[in-house]
Design a protein around this ligand. Sequence first.
Ligand code: HEM
Length: 501
Amino acid sequence: MASPGSLTWLAVFFAALFLLSKLRNRLRLPPGPPGWPIIGNIFDLRTQTHRDFDRLKSMYGPVLWLKLGNLNTVVIQSAAAAAELFKKHDVAFADRKAPDSLNACDYIKGSLAEAPYDEYWRILRRLSLSELMVQKRIKSSAQLRKECIDKMIQWIKKDASEFCEIQLEKYLTIMTYNQLSSFMLTRDITDYKSETGNEFLEAMRNFLCWQGKPDVVDAFEFLKWLDPQGIRRHTRMYLEQLLKIVSVFVQERIQERNLQKGNNTRDFLDALLDYEGDGKGSVDKLSEKNINIIILEMFVAGTETTSNTTVWTMAELLRSPDSMSKLKAEIDRVTGSSRAVEENDIPELTYLRAVVDETMRLHPALPLLLPRKAREDTEFMGYDIPKGTTVIVNAWAIHRDPDSWEDPLSFKPERFLNSNINHKGQHYEIIPFGSGRRSCVGMLMAERTVSLTLARLIQSFDWELPANISPETLDMSEATGFSLRMSTPLKGVPREREAKC
Ligand code: HEM
């Protein structure tokens, strides 16, 4: 029989639940499935979160309310709701909901992507935008990107003569790392044989893999001390390894600058080292520790996202021979027969841009963008969103919404021809780079990298699927990690076309 003490606790527990539900009723929360005490809606998330949210959309509409453990969560799942968010409530929802594991090595304190909407974030954002989003800077780094792609094409040629089929991800990953490191540090970070480079890539792969796992601690803060899945422990281990490698590069540069040696080109690292506040704010210099974190973060944010997008595009083209031939014909027409395609050609390659947009629509690298957090109590589309609520935008669901797209599941680049809709963040039916104040700072560089890489791959080789795979049987299923990737690595058979490049 239950003791009087336990009966009292039970009564207190149910009274608390009752009061909570009353409070919920007073707040006009968005609709959502009923949750269980304490765990809330955790069991409504079964497979891949972006698909689970999309499934719930058909029952509860485009603004969904969930309680994930003790975490209030609102999920935005239509272009109209996203427009409302980005146009009217961008500031109110401009904080980030960072995963607890990223507190390891004080990562969040130095980070731009996970920083709250504060002075430190504004400084980093301004600095990054002037390096990454200003056309002049992007144009002046075109040669660096070209050289990295040239090397990749040469590697593929060499390997294609030895092996019949190649796994594309490997080449694209290394090329993307080198593009970013030559832009930020004026050096390659790896090649196919580099030991340190491979150590960096391996640690990064592991770090991103742990970051891709949902952490129960984020829903139940009281489990923090236990770290039941070991996510914080592993995150710390790989972060330490990665930061150690980056710190060597940064230290070398500081010494070169002290000795006034080195080349005269000013790169992203120089911009971080040169930063000086105006004396009015609280940040006058960036600490070496934070500079290490920022450099690392650009690799985190910019490499897998870019290379996975290129892999998905190749997969869609290999499944769609008609689109592949149209693209090849366009590139040949624009470049003639004697030269390699260049970044300057991209404005003329309208079909190429349509192919990339269509791929990012179907396979957004970050299907839930990066979660935000409400900075204050906010009235949103007639609902009350309490301060501290996690705000998730399900770009994946928006990109496949039949209210915005005809035949949304089919790959049809033609839908972007003669259309003014693009991915730049003003058309809320396609937001692979997000929108508003927290949108991607690397968009200009990413769109150039993906487009040029693709154009060079198509111009240099005729591509086929391996003999045992047809367009119908190619596995297009998704694996979720930090970013959306193909669950079966894509293989292709490249046959060299006559030498243009
Ligand atoms: C195809 C490639 C890429 C895709 C699809 C992508 C996508 C995104 C998305 C969806 C966000 C969050 C936006 C939001 O919350 O509204 C984001 C943020 C960010 N991205 Fe990218 N990204 C790519 C490449 C890059 C590159 C190349 C860099 C850097 C060189 C980069 C750096 C960042 C940073 C620093 C943020 C955080 C911005 C902030 O919180 O203020 N990304 N990206």
